[in-house]
Design a protein around this ligand. Structure first.
Ligand SMILES: [Zn+2]
Length: 242
């Protein structure tokens, strides 16, 4: 497994190496190769001062503006509901994971069976949105951990993937956020995540490569050990037929 999109310079080294007025241009050119070094989604302090209803109202106006600018006739029956539909979809669905209230509650259990081996939840369906183009990312996440006595319900792993996916994302950050969250919930460093996903900004526009997908991985604790990592990847590659 490897990182298809290598992490380029962090924004700090970028700042150091370039004059300020060139930075915007450079970031634009780097496009979806630009990755902030921070694991947290970059958000403003006032992100939740407005209610969801207020956000929907404002976004609706903005989408209307975009459609008007493109010359679309918003009195047409097929188009007139689009601004509101898009605004609701942004706030309530595809970007709902920005809101801390949406974070899945961390219910854990004691590991009664003393199962000390690796547990892998694979092929978790992943729908996210590329933060550079606001186009879909569609793929699968594979998550594994080695319990130190605490276990988590299996569907919780799906929910954690889904929560962080429902944000404007870069795949590298998404992979790290999932691992970090599970490490906190489980109280262990021994967590791993691999994501294999198609980015519609690559598949449907720009280079238009339908076949390529991006693979990212993050290994914590014992997963840094090559043998544990190999076991994890073997589990993922098991041909499961039901
Ligand atoms: Zn993109």
């Amino acid at each position: 497994m490897y990182l298809c999109k290598p992490k380029l310079k962090s924004s700090t080294s970028l700042n150091r190496n370039m004059k300020n007025d060139n930075i915007d241009e450079t970031i634009d050119e780097m496009g979806d190769a630009f990755v902030s070094p921070n694991t947290d989604t970059p958000m403003r302090e006032d992100a939740f001062e407005k209610s969801d209803a207020e956000k929907i109202e404002i976004i609706q106006q903005n989408v209307k503006e975009i459609m008007n600018t493109l010359g679309l006739d918003l009195t047409d029956d097929s188009l007139k509901g689009t601004p509101k539909r898009v605004a609701k979809m942004f706030v309530n669905e595809i970007f709902s994971g920005l809101h801390p209230d949406e974070k899945p509650k961390a219910s854990t259990f004691q590991n009664k069976y003393k199962y000390g081996e690796m547990l892998v939840e694979k092929n978790i369906t992943l729908y996210s949105t590329c933060e550079h183009h606001l186009l879909p990312i569609v793929g699968r996440a594979h998550v594994g951990y080695i319990s130190n006595g605490t276990v988590v319900g299996l569907s919780k792993m799906n929910r954690i993937v889904d929560y962080y996916a429902k944000r404007p994302q870069v795949q590298e950050r998404l992979t790290m956020q999932i691992v970090k969250e599970l490490q906190e919930v489980l109280g262990t460093e021994d967590v791993a995540c691999v994501i294999d996903a198609k980015h519609l900004c690559v598949n449907s526009r720009g280079i238009r490569d339908i076949e390529s997908s991006t693979v990212t991985s993050e290994y914590g604790g014992r997963f840094k050990d090559p043998e544990a990592r190999r076991d994890f990847l073997d589990y993922i590659n098991l041909d499961t037929e039901f």
